[in-house]
Design a protein around this ligand. Sequence first.
Ligand SMILES: [Zn+2]
Length: 209
Amino acid sequence: MGALNQTMRLHVIFPGVESTVTASPARCPYRGCQGKQFRFRQTVLKPLRDMVFDQVRAARYQCLTCHRTFRVYPIGVRRAHVSQRVEGLASILYLSGLSSREVSLVLEQVGVHLARSWVCDTGRAVQRNLRVKRQKVFEGLEMSANGPEAMRVKYHGAWARLQVTLNPPKELVLTVDVTSERDMQSLRQWLEPLARAVQANLLVGDANR
Ligand SMILES: [Zn+2]
């Protein structure tokens, strides 16, 4: 059974992204308005940085109580020009110690091109919200010519496989391989609050999942 060297995998599963709005608004977003009835005005194309969609369709509604208009975004999209899962992935890697350059490189591997300054700003915003300090949990990144499924990060002094995969139909998963129960526990402890902050789920699996 070789329990000593058994590879375990920690998966961070990010929330999905939809390309269209699937639910109508429940209440008016403006402060002080209790409006619950709306008129659909138009569909608005929104450019997006994401590994699947380069644009999504937002919907513009008018509140029948206060007559102001507002936009409703698809699941996984907000006013920002970057999808929530890209933000989540970038924040987790940045707060775990990778440099903004390294985070940009990982994102590039999955087809998302974002400036280093954006990585810093986004990571710092999550850091402020969470009141968590950025830590050198990962002490370096090694890229591979074989794509996003064969990168490595230095973790507790050893190189661990790091993968970013897009599972069908469109689930984004960050996976770190660890080889001891102790490493798994500490990595899990570190990632749990970060994952919660970006609405991602942690899943511990064996080498097959
Ligand atoms: Zn209103």
